[in-house]
Design a protein around this ligand. Sequence first.
Ligand code: ADP
Length: 456
Amino acid sequence: MARPHLHGYLDPALPTMDAATISELNQHAARDLAKRSLPGGLIVLLALLISATASPIMDGASSIICSLFTIMTILVLLRLFSIRLLFCQRIRLKTWRLLSYIMFSISAAVWGFYVAASFYLYQNITINMVIMMFTIGIAAGAATSLFIWKRMTQLYLLLIFLPITSVIILQWNTLTASLIFGLAAYLVFLLVQAKRANTEYWRALCVNKLLQKQTNELVAARDQAEKASQAKTEFLSSMSHELRTPLNAILGFTQLLASDPESPPTREQKDSLNHILKASNHLLTLINQVLDLAKVESGKLELNLTEQHIGKLVEDCLPLIKTLADEKSVSLDIAPAPDCPVIADAMRLKQVLLNLLNNGVKYNRKGGKLILSYDQLGNHLRVRIRDTGIGISEKHQEKMFRSFSRLGQENSSTEGSGVGLVITRNLLEAMNGRLDFDSQKNQGSTFWFDLPLANN
Ligand code: ADP
């Protein structure tokens, strides 16, 4: 692993990258640079042609100009050829960079030499101004197209400006002094801008690459997690089916034995049969819960969402809750339901109510209270189930709604599996509702859920 070190760019702020990524980024940048610098050679060639035709240099030193023109033409053709090789991946990046280094340097030197010769041989202000304007344009073009390669940009600009500056110094006077000052300021400005653009380009390229890599990793992790979750759901679902069949047989035959009129069981045998029945029923509830959880998690839950009068469903649940409440001396305070139906699946809503009421009694104190009340909130009906029981500590509240988490009740005598609330919440969400709670240790808990009203 190494830090990104690309075309001379080294950013300590970026994390380390492997050699393959760095080479990929260098390849990307080289192509970018090739595309950006493609018109550069042609522009220098045209500038040479236009300015030399208008200048007396064409008469005085035509052989030099023709040689420069030939060199530039060969360079343009060579550059086109090398770019083609780069894009077809028929040249090694190192070789391409060396070739480009030579070609860009010769191209800059040709222009620098041409301008210096023109300034030295002819003091024609108009022509020299035209050539100077071309030089400024070429330098700006080089800075904006070669900035990806910082060292090359610096060398290119120096090769253009150094011969001109030398000639101007040779013809020293107040006018040339101010020209030198202007050129130096312009050169510094271009170098600073190119450096800044270089830093921003490489940073963006590296960050982009890292983001792309992280996104790919996240997508792969998500796919893997989804596959694992799917496998778990399928396993739970098929296991639960397989377990239910023999368990129903155990329950059936135990009931038969317990109530056989021909050979009635002794008192001791009856006690044992009752133990088997209790344990089997508990196991069946657990298996049914796991099956429900698998269904909810796999999205295979089938719901029949219709208008429901919640008061009627609460009434259906009360006899079941009352037995347990009487055992624990918990008093029930059930408010009358408002006359506004909700949209829900009757069987699943009953399951939700049973689970919350059951918990309200199970985790209550002896002699405690369980209060059920309603509130109409906009287009929702809120149902609150408050108990005066053991409550849930803040530490445990964070782990609420996690499958198989019993929040400190693992070793208590209160029976449970830790999946009821997860199923309840999922069921409510599937019915376009939501579940939440509020609890204080040793004070009690309030679980509430919202369901959409029917007449909306
Ligand atoms: P179970 O009751 O089968 O353990 P649940 O999913 O219904 O599973 O509840 C998960 C856990 O949340 C319980 O084990 C219990 O610790 C806590 N809990 C649920 N309801 C209450 C309540 N009304 N008061 C206190 N704790 C509760």
